[in-house]
Ligand binder design. Sequence first.
Ligand code: ATP
Ligand code: MG
Length: 870
Amino acid sequence: MKSQDIRAKFLNFFESKNHLIVPSAPMVLKDDPTLMFVNSGMAPFKEYFLGNANPKKNRIADTQKCLRVSGKHNDLEEVGYDTYHHTLFEMLGNWSFGDYFKKEAIAWAWELLTEVYGIDKNILYVTVFEGSDEDGLGMDTEAYDIWEQYIDKDRILKGNKKDNFWEMGDQGPCGPCSEIHVDIRSDEEKAKIDGKELVNKDHPQVVEIWNLVFIQYNRKANGTLDTLPNKHIDTGMGFERLCMVLQGVQSNYDTDVFTPIIKEIETITNSKYGKDSKSDVAIRVIADHVRAVAFSIADGQLPSNTGAGYVIRRILRRAIRYGFTFLNQKEPFIYKLAETLNKQMGEAFPEINSQERLIENVIKEEEHSFLRTLDQGLLLLDKVIENTSTKTIDGSRAFELYDTYGFPLDLTQLIAREKGYEVDEIGFDQEMKKQKERSRSASATETSDWIVLSEDNTEEFIGYDTLVADVKLTRYRKVFSKKEGDQYQLVFNRTPFYPEGGGQVGDIGSIEAKNGDVVHITDTKKENNVIIHYSNQLPTHIDGTFTAVVNEDHRRLSASNHTATHLLHQALRTILGTHVEQKGSLVKPNYLRFDFSHFSKVNGGQLQEIEDFVNARIRENLPLEEQRNIPMQKALEEGAIALFGEKYGDNVRAIRFGQSMELCGGTHVKQTGDIWYFKIKSESAIAAGIRRIEAITNVAVGKYFENVEKQFETVKQILKTPVEPAKAVQSLQDENASLKKQIEILLKDKTKNLKGEISNEFDIINDIQFLAKKVDLDAKGIKDLCFELGAEHNNLFLIFGAENNDKAILTCYISKELVADKNLNAGNIVRELGKYIKGGGGGQSFFATAGGKNPAGIEDALKASKQYIT
Ligand code: ATP
Ligand code: MG
């Protein structure tokens, strides 16, 4: 069975069981502070389990792209070494939100596996939760009794809290689970050891394929469990592992999900999969990682130096490193796999198809720059080895290579070993631990449970229509962080405060109690669909009514910049072409930033056109046409632009200004004239194929021009010129250039004259022509003098001192034959003489200079120089 059919069969099966089939959510998460990437099928549905939103239907099924490379689920180090863990994988899942529970979940899982897919039940094992004293929970007999109806008792195994109790995080919904494992070993192997001994023992042919989670508890901040009123089902089956079983192969990499990519790697790198264990690991690493990186880029998360972007960069670098070390790839090559990946996945995941070129470009550029870093690191490592007197490289040096050059320990070890050196691994680990502690203690936060004041947790956003409203606090909690101290998070029954989103910063403002007490709101953010107001204080009389007041300037100016980004987007697509796609934006009151895909620099003429285009739309004073709740499909038909990597519901908000129409949740001006003026401040590259425009609007433009004019006036005053300053500056520059030329000629003459005079002043000491003299030349003049004398005379030992702008310079020149014969070294000599002029320097063995801040010491230095040859 082909992988495409396996996926389709799963979805069709659950559709026939009355489930709604939904597409995979984007893999990169935007409003969840506890998670960077979706790491299991349930992550996009978290808000339903938390009760912050209601699902479209209480039965859903899907395939979800998951990434397990950071935080609680991190399989990165396994990937490549085993045959069944990936960074990016698809998780097939069926969900019940307060609808069916264990009975149906187990029955359907069994029916699908054994009847639809036809898996022999004699290769299956299941597990049930054995209970936990810590939590005061007994065995999950409910699940056990159901399983007994389908499978032999001796194939039902009891599992501990680690394997059979699933938790979303430290807090929140959780519950026992039942895993389904397969044993795909040969009969011969099975005869040697019973499969049940190998379940959950990391055996590559006895693996878990499906986990059925029965969500029935809520874990509170103090660690205790509450029973949930509504029970849920959350299941996750590894798609690639299922393909392995159904295609009768022994490794996920031998399924048709991976074989086309592996073939391509073989061709590009001229290697053969299955020949050598080391290059096999490398091939698996690359085949896996290219998928993770490509999907992340398609979802809008580019490799970068911080946060989620850094995680992606590290994954790609791991692939590059394995290619570099084990497949001898010294040039970029991973980007070439994008095409095959698209052929393979583009149909099920259209975001890969439409962004193939961007994926290719970004990966190629990353490869280039990391290979350069690797080269630099190799040189540095050579130096470290050179300066190591023992056969062990210091852990702290290895850590420095890792930390500043991205040079991982195993690579350092590999290269060191080739040269007969070891790396002090314990020292390395200690440095790593220290760094982790530093960052942990800087970012440590403690969050208390919500204090619930009202059971009604619906929360209405009314900020599109008003900036002031009477509100009631429904819950709050305290968050302590080392960096920011105590903070309170407040949730109201309704709120005019816009929460950060769509690039636009969150509103600030205040909450006023009836008795006049005022609490400032410092930020507003959305977390799993709840609008949270941040404050350094808790209001008194928390049970009363408050007047919530959004800071009007902050909002008005943010709206001005937000609308401007839409007009800018339209301008870019009109002037540069419709290949332009938004790749990120930041909208603040005083500034806007817009990132987009485009493959070359936007030149000055184009920038002017873009600016003019936006300003023309501003002058047209186009009115805001808002459709707050229209079907997604209708909006798209009307021409609205949707972004990749953004999670949209069935109904969306569409914002139109003239011909510009976008799906957007942000706040906007009433008419474009409110923007006043749009001014581009800069254009730059932020990654291969991604450009960034920074711009300002409204009062910021006024301030900008005021400032420019002030500077212009100052320049005019300095120039004291009635003509245009530009002309005056040009003539000053011309004058300056001709003066420079004249000085050069004069100095050359001076050097020549000096050379003539000096040739008669050498002292002959031990066959050496010695001269120590103070001269009135600059550093370049002295250098020329030295080399010209050197060309005419042999056996020279020259020391020149000079005073330049209250600084002292010493120069030492030694004929090359003396350097060898008399073992003299100009670099060492100037370094020693440098102390007379309170400075230091160095250079080569035949020519070196020192600079210092004590010209009075020049004479003493010159006197002392004789000692080196007497
Ligand atoms: P394992 O113990 O094998 O790592 P898990 O307990 O971490 O699995 P779950 O978190 O229960 O797995 O995820 C549900 C299913 O997703 C698993 O049964 C498995 O089929 C699949 N899965 C989990 N992690 C990976 C991974 N890194 N690569 C591919 N599939 C995975
Ligand atoms: Mg795991």
